[in-house]
Design a protein around this ligand. Sequence first.
Ligand SMILES: Cc1cc2nc3c(=O)[nH]c(=O)nc-3n(C[C@H](O)[C@H](O)[C@H](O)COP(=O)(O)OP(=O)(O)OC[C@H]3O[C@@H](n4cnc5c(N)ncnc54)[C@H](O)[C@@H]3O)c2cc1C
Length: 490
Amino acid sequence: MTRPRTVVIVGGGISGLATAFSLREKATQAGVPLRCTVLESDSAWGGKIVTHRVGDIVTEAGPDSFLSQKQAGLDLCTKLGLADQLINTNETGKKASVLSNGRLHDLPEGLLSFAPKQLGPFFQSGLLSWIGLARMGLEYVVPPGPSRGDESLADFLRRRFGALAFERVLEPLMAGIYAGDAEQMSLRATFPRFFELEQQHGGILRGMMAAKQSAAPNSTGRPRRTMFVSLKNGLGDLVTALTSRLEQQGVELRLGARVDALRVRSHELGRWMYDLILENGSAISAESLVLATPAYVSAELLRPLTPIAGGLLDLIPYASTATIAMAFPRSQTSAIEGFGFIVPRREQRDLIAATWTSLKWPHRAPSDQLLVRCYAGGVGREDILQRENQELVATLREELAGICGITAEPLYTEVNRWWKAMPQYTIGHLDRLVQLEAALSRYPGLVLTGAGYRGVGIPDCIRDGAEAAERVLQSLLGKGHHERERPPDR
Ligand SMILES: Cc1cc2nc3c(=O)[nH]c(=O)nc-3n(C[C@H](O)[C@H](O)[C@H](O)COP(=O)(O)OP(=O)(O)OC[C@H]3O[C@@H](n4cnc5c(N)ncnc54)[C@H](O)[C@@H]3O)c2cc1C
């Protein structure tokens, strides 16, 4: 019998688990026997995906939904038998607002898909002055920028839509997703579609119109999905389903297994063996290694092998954030409707967004309660995370009271701090990834995946995990790039 090929995946967040899942699938199809181990330092699987269930309340400490347009998330749920658990947002109450000069204004619906389809609703919202509106409409005739080089998200949006639309609407809507600073974010790494639309169609509005005209009606027979979807009882079910399936498939899953160091030694016929040293002093070796850890962890592990890769990974900064869940009596918050609101940077608030979780997702709280999720922190606004829980909650309650009149005493409160959690794709990110690839090219079978590189959203991580799995398989099959140069034994 052929001996099984050995693969270790470090990191049991969605990226590492999705890599293991895809690798099992691909190896079985290719008839490659596999011994795969996933090592996770924490005492639970899922990384940033953490669902809490307290009585009838379901809260998400990290992500609460994922984009349905990116197929990888839906596909994985279907493969894991979770399709009937997928839930749409509650369309009856679909409405989001933005804070402007201390007052909430409705966001026109087209904006929720990240591009203003029509300017009409802006006229009623009072969000932008006539000058701001006119400038936004001129996007249609603004010539495209250069096709080479990188540009900040802020420069791009100001150039195309004008400074007012950027500051008041687009900045919180788009940079908010990354808890980032639009002035530093790379357009091409964070919103590549905008760059493509500009290059291919001359502008965003033109591109959106062309896409609308050529869009085929939904004839796939698949259920209609809202822009964001979730799982009925929380995204933690995705992690549970994934780990159970991996266990059934014979993947070794080890919690509390922190990898502290990495060595490489030559193996047979120009192949390398990767030795991992764990915190408890034990070691594990594999022919192929996937680092699905945050970039700053991978930097430390790789630095002794390739200081260049370590240095490049250090250039991916991470922002710290917090989500704060609060449940209020519905009777005292009956005026609250819609999905919540976002807060532009220019408002200089501690609260950066709030979601009315139980209005957006049914089943997340008893019907006599309003479950609210507040966001704080992000690039340049991280100081607030140093405050004690009580003080942090008090600050956000003051914000909620001032902005939307919620003065009730919360029935339930939960603070989740996420230190160095959101990778920032700053200007030049994609070029640095190319250099990283080059620095790692002499280590076949060593693959990086995770939110730090090619997309932070859950579907991006799942897709990237599948691509990492493909690269591992190709390397085990002796395909893909192979540097014959001998790496230094360590
Ligand atoms: C507050 C918040 C809200 C978000 N909201 C959304 C959302 O609504 N929708 C969406 O699509 N995305 C959202 N995201 C982004 C998304 O959740 C993350 O990008 C994604 O879950 C990251 O997955 P990952 O596996 O790449 O990394 P992680 O989840 O960070 O997993 C990495 C794992 O590696 C482990 N590890 C680290 N060091 C070691 C070591 N030395 N040895 C072994 N293991 C180690 C860690 O413990 C961790 O479990 C949100 C993120 C945050 C923080």
